[in-house]
Design a protein around this ligand. Structure first.
Ligand SMILES: *Cc1c(COP(=O)(O)O)cnc(C)c1O
Length: 399
């Protein structure tokens, strides 16, 4: 027997995993691109064996060995994406869903089904995540707190602590290790959509569950919607059972596109982050900008506040697309109080730092000088802060 085959695998760098994870069997299959399996069902002449595999799934939620039985249970193309994302996050497993919200729903249902209906969460969160918790739509109850208040907010029926870091849309950061400590035995969920595993791997810092809206950076081209949870195999089994029962599966085509997206994730995130850091500096030095939010860990998102009417900036961009969402190869700008966080009550929005003057910019892969020109042009109607600190409207000469 060849002992080398049993040696621990040499850990590979993230950039290498991004292009190889989930694709290890391709050469053996005699193909270069991953096969796209669109089957909804799989033939089997052995009904007894099929029954055994279904029983095994009902017990643990482990991925069925052999063909998947039915498309709602498992799909080989989607499984490649799950394997790759788990590897990038340093997790045992990952389970993919039809969207980020479907993924969060499944996490909440897993905990609620165990009688743990209480959630402790830190604002701000993505607007719809906030809404899902605040309304208790899934029979959960939320206590909002700041990171320092987590330990005190935990009750015997607390099933989850949820944070987003950097948070949408203020880019506020949470110290994952400190929060994890405050959680005790309650699982900590970190929404890692903004950072991606390129900038931050929350499991290394003690998070049990990592959530992604794969619609954003993982897909990266604004043409695929999906969600994914990276976690340990035990929790993944529960998630697969909930996915099977509630049906929020990722389409295999989306799984294919997300796997493809992962291969360029490190280069996309690093290039866009360099431009974002540059734009954050220019904005911070600009007298038309009241405040710039840019995370310490970096990233391709920049938020900023103007002195005047933020809607005029949205109306003034030409190269940057005024649209909700983020993480695409092209730059997008939106007004959180009007769109991404509209669903959050005004008072809650304000106290979480989402003012009416805040704009959220998702920096893409365009040339940074072109982006700055577009932004500066869109800002031209904004009042400026003078040297004395007063804010005044400067009228362009000739008007
Ligand atoms: C967009 C987003 C979500 C929701 O994901 P969908 O794919 O739109 O369902 C969750 N969290 C964050 C941080 C997001 O930006």
């Amino acid at each position: 027997m060849d002992n080398a085959a049993f040696a621990a695998p040499v850990p590979r760098a993230l950039a290498t995993e991004a292009v190889h994870a989930g694709r290890e069997d391709l050469a053996e299959l005699g193909v270069h691109a991953p096969p796209l399996d669109l089957s909804t069902t799989y033939p089997s002449y052995d009904a007894a064996a099929e029954a055994e595999r279904i029983d095994a799934f009902a017990l643990t939620g482990g991925r069925p060995e052999g063909p998947p039985v039915y498309g709602r249970l498992d799909n080989p193309t989607t499984a490649r994406f799950e394997t790759a994302l788990a590897r990038l996050e340093g997790a045992e497993a990952a389970v993919a869903f039809a969207s980020g919200m479907a993924a969060l729903t499944a996490v909440l249902l897993v905990r609620a089904s165990m009688g743990l209906r209480h959630v402790v969460a830190v604002r701000p969160l993505y607007g719809c995540s906030d809404h899902l918790l605040e309304t208790g739509l899934l029979g959960t109850e939320v206590t909002w707190t700041d990171p320092a208040g987590i330990a005190d907010a935990i009750r015997p029926d607390t099933g989850l602590v949820m944070v987003e870091t950097p948070a949408n849309p203020t880019l506020a950061e949470v110290d994952i290790e400190a929060v994890r400590h405050a959680c005790g035995s309650v699982p900590l969920l970190v929404d890692n959509t903004f950072a991606t595993p390129v900038l931050q791997r929350p499991i290394r810092h003690g998070a049990r569950i990592v959530l992604h809206s794969a619609t954003k950076y993982l897909g990266g081209h604004g043409d695929v919607m999906g969600g994914v949870v990276a976690c340990d195999e035990e929790f993944a089994g529960r998630l697969r059972q909930v996915r099977f029962a509630t049906g929020g599966v990722l389409h295999p085509m989306a799984g294919y596109l997300l796997l493809r997206g992962l291969s360029t994730l490190p280069v996309r995130v690093r290039a866009a982050s360099a431009s974002a850091a540059d734009l954050a500096c220019r904005l911070a030095a600009d007298p038309r900008i009241a405040r710039v939010h840019y995370p310490r860990i970096g990233g391709a998102m920049v938020s900023f506040e103007v002195y005047g009417d933020a809607h005029r900036v949205i109306a003034g961009v030409r190269l940057i697309t005024p649209a909700v969402s983020l993480g695409s190869v092209d730059s997008l700008i939106q007004h959180p109080a009007s769109i991404s966080h509209r669903i959050v009550a005004e008072g809650d929005r304000r106290s979480a730092g989402v003012s009416d003057r805040l704009l959220r910019l998702s920096v893409g892969l365009e040339d940074v000088e072109d982006l700055w020109r577009d932004l500066a042009e869109a800002l031209s109607a904004q009042p400026v802060r003078t040297r004395t600190g007063a804010v005044r409207q400067i009228r362009p000469v000739g008007l």
